[in-house]
Write a protein that binds this ligand. Structure first.
Ligand code: ADP
Ligand code: MG
Length: 615
């Protein structure tokens, strides 16, 4: 019989470390949070090889007295809680007293600290849990922690570390989050000898956004705020041109704490849906404040998941807040110059769709239905549907090497200076050229405009349908011969249950026997809509349990706007072209299609001059 023994304390800490220390970024997060808790005004993070080789965090906070150093690295020792009552109102970022012990258990660790009024500092070293005696050390007031060789004696864990560039990206993400949450503190991040983020103390939120996202993006960000209820909201949203796949530059703060909550991410995606393609997110900062009793943050060891008392209200408010704020954004209307050239940053070109062959696959991508099931968003929901991931040359992708138009890099392109007066008008009767049966090209006062025919038509449809709905209901065209669609008994019942909402959206349905639906009317302006594909889409929508009647109507409009639009590849007669451009001339939102892909891209005269080295 094997006998039972107590685990060696070093092993206990190494096991516990598994919860707190997953990768270099978790070390960075814990150390910077400690510095913030210590009241630091300046925090300096220095990394080598993405933190896998070395992590150093220095602060000018309150420091630790020499006698307390051994306590700081032992588990369940903290200065931040004194009794159980404190757990109810946690004001500090840390409170579990576990981070330093865990980190020191799995690395070569050095903690050097000096309280402001001490003569000198002291240092404590720990090698993979083996604590050495405290020694005097030269030190500036504040604390410095050095973590080397993370998981060096734990090959099983070390092997899960990714390439330094990837680990660095995770570390940087945490520094960004904490820097955005604390504009009052100066931050500096260095990686392999290069300063990659520098932010001064006492900045306002806009200056902090500039430090984190780059001045170009920050300048183009739209600011919005709503403090009319006990749920206060504030946001900065970057332009669609700066959107990238994944949500690494999406920052949500709840009562000052960075959180990654699937429901909030879902709400943000929904709010953004008409501005960026599915799965893409622009640089975005969302801050929420609500009474602490409405939310529980102590759900998760890393404290990034939360529980809401009124989840529906929170999610609904975030969606409505973002949609309302974005409807007024400059990029939602025609008043901005070249979409493709203004906002790119860091040498990345963001010119959409100018590569040879970029139009290929557009038809399939455009035909992707409006609301695929993806939106129910987990943190990893960035996974694109196959159609969406086609290389459409969307805004996130730099052009291939040897781009057809050298010198169009956005990095150096200043904002387009609109010509006065006429600059904002567009003539729908100007000569238009259809290219690759996908793009429409024409001269506009600013220069050259390229439109995506499907995206434009989809947006036109959506805005017109919405307008009709606002006036009481979408105008229905009765079908001379009802279209009969076979469905299951359950599907028929489900659709008929929503017949009233669907009628307001312009769809008239009834039953012809138990498994046959008769589509008797469709929106009058959508001549191209096929009743069969319409029924398929509607079935998908009515199965979404979270949709109320208003959501269902809105989603139905989205789906029909897309299905009823010309596709890439459709040849358009001059008459079609003229009609489409006329309808597109007066839209409240004409920059992106209902899926958030660009509708139009303007190449300014200045852009052309640069391309031809005339500037
Ligand atoms: P927690 O932050 O949950 O208290 P940690 O293991 O992260 O636990 O830190 C243990 C203790 O060490 C803290 O409670 C604090 O007293 C002290 N400490 C850690 N880092 C610093 C720092 N940068 N400046 C001052 N004190 C620190
Ligand atoms: Mg801590």
């Amino acid at each position: 019989m094997p006998r039972i023994r107590r685990l060696d304390p070093v092993v206990v800490d190494q096991i516990a470390a598994g919860e707190v220390v997953e990768r270099p970024a978790s070390v960075v997060k814990e150390l910077v949070e400690n510095a913030l808790d210590a009241g630091a005004r300046r925090i300096h993070v220095v990394l080598r090889e993405g933190g896998t080789r070395r992590i150093e965090v220095r602060d000018d906070g309150c420091g630790i007295v020499a006698e307390d150093l051994p306590l700081a690295v032992s588990s369940h020792a903290t200065s931040k809680l004194t009794g159980p009552e404190d757990l109810q109102c946690i004001a500090s970022l840390g409170f579990r007293g576990e981070a330093l012990a865990s980190i020191a258990a799995v690395s070569r660790f050095a903690l050097t600290s000096r309280v402001p009024d001490a003569e000198a500092g002291a240092e404590l070293r720990v090698a993979f849990g083996r604590v050495e005696p405290v020694r005097a050390a030269a030190a500036a007031p504040g604390t410095r922690v050095v973590v080397e060789d993370l998981f060096g004696e734990l090959p099983a864990r070390r092997k899960f570390l990714k390439r330094p560039a990837t680990e660095y990206a995770h570390c940087r993400a945490w520094v960004e989050r904490l820097a955005l949450a604390h504009p009052e503190v100066a931050f500096r991040l260095e990686h392999d000898g290069r300063v990659s983020l520098a932010a001064e103390a006492d900045e306002d939120l806009d200056a902090r956004c500039a430090a984190v996202f780059g001045p170009r993006v920050a300048e183009a960000m739209v600011a919005m705020a709503d403090d009319r209820s006990d749920l206060r909201l504030e946001a900065r949203v970057g332009p669609p041109d700066a959107a990238r796949r994944g949500s690494s530059r999406l920052h949500v703060f709840l009562n000052g704490r960075w959180v990654r909550d699937p429901r909030l991410l879902h709400a943000v995606r929904e709010g953004l849906r008409e501005y960026v393609p599915l799965g893409h997110v622009p640089p975005l900062l969302l801050r929420l404040w609500m009474p602490p009793e409405l939310v529980d943050v102590n759900v998760h060891p890393q404290k990034t998941e939360v529980r809401f008392r009124e989840e529906r209200r929170v999610v609904g408010s975030v969606i409505a807040f973002l949609r309302a704020g974005l409807a007024a954004a400059p990029w939602a209307t025609r008043s901005v110059g070249a979409v493709g050239t203004r906002f790119a940053e860091g040498g990345r070109r963001s010119w959409p769709s100018l590569r040879p062959g970029a139009g290929a696959g557009t038809a399939a991508a455009s035909a992707a239905p409006a609301a695929s099931g993806e939106a129910s968003g987990s943190a990893a929901a960035a996974a694109p549907s196959p159609a969406e991931s086609r290389p459409r040359g969307g805004p996130a992708e730099p052009p291939a090497e040897g781009s057809a138009l050298p010198g169009l890099g956005a990095a150096s392109a200043p904002a387009v200076t609109p010509r006065p007066a006429a600059a904002l008008g567009r003539s729908a009767t100007a000569d238009v050229l259809q290219v690759a049966r996908t793009f429409l090209v024409r001269e506009v006062p600013e220069g050259l405009e390229i439109l995506d025919q499907h995206a434009l038509h989809e947006r036109v449809n959506l805005e017109e349908l919405r307008e009709e709905l606002r006036r009481g209901g979408v105008v229905v065209q009765p079908l001379l011969v009802p279209a009969l669609v076979e469905v299951t008994r359950e599907e028929a019942a489900l659709l008929l249950e929503h017949a009233d909402a669907l009628r307001r959206a312009g769809v008239e349905l009834d039953a012809m026997g138990e498994t046959t639906l008769a589509v008797r009317g469709i929106p009058a302006r959508l001549e191209r809509l096929q009743p069969e594909s319409l029924v398929d889409d509607l079935l998908r929508l009515v199965r979404r349990p979270e949709f109320g009647p208003e959501d269902l109507i809105e989603e139905t409009l989205h789906s029909m706007a897309c299905r009823g639009a010309v596709m890439a590849g459709d040849r358009l007669t001059p008459e079609d072209l003229r009609h489409l451009l006329e309808r597109g001339a007066e839209l409240p939102q004409d920059r992106t299609c209902a899926h958030g892909r660009p509708v139009r891209v303007v190449l300014s005269v200045a852009d052309l001059e640069r391309a031809f080295h005339r500037r």
